[in-house]
Design a protein around this ligand. Sequence first.
Ligand code: HSE
Length: 314
Amino acid sequence: MSGSRAFAPATIGNVICGFDVFGLALEGPGDEVEARLRDEPGVVISAVHGDRGRLPTEASQNVAGMAANALLADCGMENVGIELEVWKGLPISGGMGGSAASAVAAVVATDALLQTNLSPQRLLRCASEGERGPKGDTHPDNIAPALCGGIVMVRPEEPTVAIPLPVPAGLSVALVHPELELETKRMRGVLPDALPLRDAVGQWADCSALVVGLYEEDWDLIGRALVDRVAEPHRRSFIPGFDAVRAAGLGAGALGAGLSGSGPSMFALCRSIADAETVAGAMAAAFAGAGIESTDVHVSGVGRLGSHVIEPPA
Ligand code: HSE
């Protein structure tokens, strides 16, 4: 039976200064999910491709299955049967928003299949269920840009809303994915519960500065805002060569550089694609200097298009 297929892009969570608040979409890589009707109620996953057999195919354990189940519950359609097939284009535990892309593509494909036409806010809430952590917390800073595209900020209170931010002309991303895996759950576990007041003040000043910098197209302010006092101090030691990679990016002309989400990927924001090409090369070389191969080196603008329905390949 024919189904509905959706693509959702890779994303960068936190954008350095806004832990769990800012996220941006990349152009190019992403995950795809196809949703089809089945006779039995509930969600099943018929196959996951591109994960070398590593992801669970039990719907209650897989972010795509959890997100589609949340959509059925949200619509009061628990008696409907959905079969999902997932194509992973993004690495597992790579810091490129792979879980979010699968969850978002699953809800967008299911929404299209069932013609439920949910609002972005409801799709965001359902997709976030796929990423709910063990303490019941969600962190939709990858989900929101995977759904909506662009650079967004999410307000974590219920109801979660994604607020789009402007993307200055030329703003480009260099992202280097080293041959490492870091599970977000584990990387959240290394964070302290409390932040010294002085760091909190500095951090909300930087968040505000990034927003103003994006609105004003003020490259200097954007660069100065890209500071992380919250997560980076506790996570950088898990990435061999972290300081050298960042220094290489800044030395090659980046506005700022740091962890993509919870890592291990590192990224830099740049004034132009040409700058981002140079910066990505310098960062990959610095990883190599630390003895770490880079499995993906990605250069693009900010992806304007979030998740969308696509035609299955012929
Ligand atoms: N903001 C999350 C974190 C990653 O840094 O733990 C993606 O949601």
